[in-house]
Design a protein around this ligand. Structure first.
Ligand code: FES
Length: 116
């Protein structure tokens, strides 16, 4: 687990878009994608578990993101791989809204997440 980091202010991330926090900044040696869905925020590993693709560059449908390469779908809430060709979940990370700031807790899984 790494220290909590401020990644954005409320309003910086467009609805159904993601901010990719680069590996150098997460403290975990891996990038994390922070998604906004309405007024909620979800964070998962940016790297797809099937091959090399950025889920932060994927297509969103509510709290589901579709990998831009082979179209596997993942739950942003639990990290579960919902469709093939991915079979392994992605790690989730907690996000907190503190006032008008968005903070990421790298390595702190969301309660109820499917652990990879
Ligand atoms: S790289 Fe994501 S589904 Fe293949």
């Amino acid at each position: 687990m790494a220290d909590a980091i401020k990644v954005a202010n409320v309003g910086d991330i467009e609805d159904e878009e993601a901010l990719i926090v680069e590996a150098d900044d997460t403290g975990l040696d891996k990038a994390i994608a922070v998604f906004r869905v309405g007024e909620e925020y979800f964070a998962i590993d940016d790297m797809c578990t099937h091959a090399v693709a950025s889920l932060g560059d994927g297509y969103t449908d509510g709290d589901i993101v579709e990998c831009p390469i082979h179209a596997a779908k993942f739950s942003m809430q639990t990290g579960e791989a919902l469709t093939l060709p991915a079979t392994k979940p992605v790690c989730t990370h907690q996000v907190e809204v503190r006032g008008d700031e968005i903070w990421l807790l790298p390595g702190v899984p969301v309660p109820g997440a499917i652990l990879s």
